[in-house]
Design a protein around this ligand. Structure first.
Ligand SMILES: Cc1cc2nc3c(=O)[nH]c(=O)nc-3n(C[C@H](O)[C@H](O)[C@H](O)COP(=O)(O)OP(=O)(O)OC[C@H]3O[C@@H](n4cnc5c(N)ncnc54)[C@H](O)[C@@H]3O)c2cc1C
Length: 385
């Protein structure tokens, strides 16, 4: 019943993703981190090779992978730089709500158009006064005949400056809380959309993260995904998938940190022997590895559940908070094992530690994910067997 062997096709996928990561992402990683720039050339190349829209069905121009395959490829593409890896995979979160709630016609139109270019999508939920409490959003959609007029702003939007397709959450009535929220597919060239502050970040610096303004943005009812007032549920379902994706990203960060430590501790000689010979170091490497095994198993289980169309809310939240806390611990310990050399700017583990921090914050902070998981457990039995 349980089989962790990869099929021939999966092996080929991982091989070619690894080749892309080693050959294209790795050489660009440190410079992209230093400059904090959108990796446009890499996005173009990833698009040509079919890595950009792995999760999008073939009929809408994507590669058409199931969840498990997409997450395995995500881990592989995030190994050498998780910021570039996540820019490549951003459509997974960006289009999740459209894939779940859109009609066939909407998916053909919006996803089909998006997959023609390398600029992908973005997920626009957070606002200055609505972070963890996303349902308090103030960006409004006012109905005018068959159209909606959107006004307001969003902040911290990944790929917000470049995305061709915006998956935008707004409210038709702020007093209704989550029951007033609607989801719209908004093409970038719709008049009235402008970019505000471009964020300068502590880690994952190659992620493009910006503020967006919506000034009398007019869209027809054909852009409404699902029903009016049902957008919050779509956002949460998209986040379930996104959180499993983050667990795959965290596994990549952690694996890279462990590999760097194995390499470094075998080369660094102190007290007349490689530091890898000290038992205290074995304990640290073993703990890192155990956390990685668990993180990988959690995204694989959650991905499998998504492929079986099972509810995954509790498991996705658990995979996200566990694997990101693990990545933070592992990368902090990796800096410890590299000691002075690891603390210096430009070292791989220094970047990994800064990158890991964000994974505890976005797609619901780990406090919020523990609430999601805990409340879910009180509502239903989450046991697999
Ligand atoms: C680099 C980056 C990229 C991002 N990309 C996107 C994106 O593409 N799209 C998007 O929509 N958003 C994005 N976000 C936003 C992100 O999801 C939010 O930052 C996150 O949900 C937290 O909101 P906040 O920062 O306003 O924190 P706050 O909600 O202000 O939280 C502050 C603190 O209070 C805690 N807290 C809040 N409520 C509770 C509670 N009920 N119980 C216990 N503790 C609580 C939080 O855990 C946190 O520690 C991004 C953020 C960053 C930093």
């Amino acid at each position: 019943m349980i089989d962790f062997s990869l099929s021939k096709e999966q092996k080929q996928l991982v091989e070619s993703a690894r080749e892309f990561s080693t050959g294209v992402i790795k050489p660009a990683a440190l410079e992209a981190d230093e400059k904090g720039e959108f990796p446009e050339k890499i996005m173009k190349k990833a698009h040509e090779l079919g890595f950009l829209y792995t999760n999008i069905p073939k009929e809408y121009g994507g590669t058409g992978m199931n969840h498990i395959d997409h997450y395995i490829v995500t881990e592989t593409l995030n190994y050498d730089c998780c910021a570039i890896g996540q820019m490549i995979g951003i459509s997974h979160l960006g289009t999740g709500a459209i894939e779940i709630g859109g009609t066939e016609e909407q998916k053909k139109k919006f996803l089909g158009k998006m997959t023609e270019s390398h600029r992908s999508a973005c997920f626009c939920l957070t606002e200055p006064e609505a972070g963890s409490d996303a349902a308090r959003m103030q960006t409004t959609a006012e109905k005018k005949g068959d159209n909606y007029i959107i006004n307001g702003s969003k902040c911290y939007i990944t790929n917000g400056q470049f995305a061709d397709l915006l998956c935008l959450f707004v409210t038709t009535d702020p007093s209704k809380g989550n029951k007033g929220i609607c989801c719209f597919a908004v093409p970038r060239d719709t008049p009235g959309i402008s970019v505000g502050k471009i964020e300068d970040k502590m880690g994952q610096r190659a992620l493009n993260v910006v503020e967006l303004f919506f000034n009398d943005v007019e869209v027809s009812k054909e852009h409404l995904i699902g029903e009016e007032g049902k957008g919050f549920k779509l956002a949460m379902m998209a986040l379930d998938r996104g959180r499993v994706n983050i667990a795959a990203v965290c596994t990549a960060i952690s694996q890279k940190a462990l590999d760097e430590c194995i390499d470094r501790t075998q080369k660094r000689v102190q007290f007349g022997q490689p530091v890898s010979q000290f038992q205290a170091v074995h304990f640290m490497l073993a703990d890192m590895h155990a956390l990685i095994m668990a993180s990988r198993a959690m995204y694989l289980q959650s991905g499998w559940m998504l492929d079986q169309h099972m509810p995954v809310n509790i498991e996705a939240a658990a995979a996200k908070f566990f694997s990101s806390d693990a990545a933070m611990k592992i990368t902090t310990d990796a800096v410890q094992l590299h000691a002075g050399a690891g603390f210096m700017k430009g070292s791989v583990v220094e970047k990994l530690m800064r990158d890991a921090k964000l994974t505890q914050i976005y797609e619901g902070t780990n406090q919020i994910n523990r609430i999601v998981s805990g409340l879910g457990l009180l509502r239903r039995d989450s046991r697999l067997f």
